[in-house]
Design a protein around this ligand. Structure first.
Ligand code: AMP
Ligand code: ZN
Ligand code: FE
Ligand code: FE
Length: 282
């Protein structure tokens, strides 16, 4: 077992720095790791350097928030040319949406009598791609909630009073953007999405892979998604979705993709890139 292809750092809502994440990756015996911070590739240069220092194979990636048939879907992009101009421009737009959303969420909280400002959340987040976990941490820091879970349950979950929907690109546009930047696209955690009927449509839109292995998938879910991947001719991907410690332990490396599936994904990225030579440096 070899690769963890779903991880977050402080460049979005993870708690590790790239250096800490790379050190943990080596400690748990990984051979390769992908950084997939939400709607950003800002952490990739530092992560690449840290991985080189630890002797790990590094994959530049991201996790884009997108929409398909009324549901929020997360599209993972791998082997990205992180300096691709349109990728950078689109991500700046996604980040602006996230920053505006923090303001909308704190306004809702204030209307509920919770004195939390957007500035307090930005001070906790200290990144361009803030999200609900940062609001949750700020609510804990302000003494409003005992822990982030309570913050989600009381205020931040879909349907709770401070929840604000995110404007999202269509899944087709997200997949096309990843391809344009020389990358391959995989649907994140289908077991959390629970809309399996969308997978064939996403495959028709050019999706390359399916995240069959995920820390919140059961064994039977993993098996089922591997079958669906085969039926839809999608590559199998997998990762822990590590945001830092989970129940006191690092989540990184708890899900590992085999070397075989990792190589298939990389080969596919290289083939795609040859077909679109204008997109990227190797
Ligand atoms: P956002 O992108 O701002 O909508 O935030 C989504 C992130 O919040 C996910 O990637 C998870 O890390 C985290 N999250 C979502 N739901 C929960 C929950 N119920 N409890 C704790 N964290 C959550
Ligand atoms: Zn996250
Ligand atoms: Fe996700
Ligand atoms: Fe994630």
């Amino acid at each position: 077992m070899f690769a963890d292809l779903h991880t977050h750092t402080r460049f979005s809502d993870g708690t590790y720095t790239p250096e800490e994440l790379a050190a943990q990756a080596r400690q748990v015996g990984l051979g390769a790791i992908a950084l997939t911070d939400h709607d950003t590739v800002e952490g990739c240069p530092r992560m690449a350097e840290a991985c080189a220092g630890e002797g790990l194979d590094f994959v530049a990636g991201t996790e884009l928030t997108a929409e398909q048939d009324g549901s929020e879907v997360h599209i993972l992009g791998y082997f990205l040319a992180i300096d691709h101009p349109r990728l950078r421009a689109e991500m700046r737009r996604f980040q602006q949406v996230r920053q505006n959303r923090i303001g909308a969420m704190t306004e809702r909280l204030q209307a509920l009598g919770v004195a939390l400002t957007a500035e307090q959340v930005f001070a906790v987040a200290q990144c361009d791609s803030p999200g609900r976990p940062h609001v949750a941490r700020a609510l804990v820091q302000a003494g409003v909630c005992r822990n982030p879970d309570e913050a989600f349950d009381r205020f931040l979950k879909q349907g709770r009073p401070a929840w604000v929907p995110k404007c999202r690109v269509s899944a087709g546009d997200a997949i096309a953007l990843i391809h344009e930047a020389g990358g391959v696209a995989s649907l994140a955690h289908p077991g959390l999405l629970r809309r399996d009927e969308l997978i064939p449509a996403l495959a028709d839109l050019g999706l390359d892979g399916l995240e069959c292995l995920h820390s919140r998938h059961t064994r039977s879910q993993t098996r089922r998604y591997e079958e669906i991947a085969n039926e839809c001719r999608l590559l199998i991907t997998g990762g822990s979705d590590c945001h830092g410690l989970s129940k006191g332990r690092p989540l990184i490396g708890t899900v590992k993709l085999s070397h075989h599936h990792f190589e298939r994904l990389r080969d596919h990225a290289l083939t795609t890139r040859r077909r679109a030579p204008h997109t990227a440096s190797p």
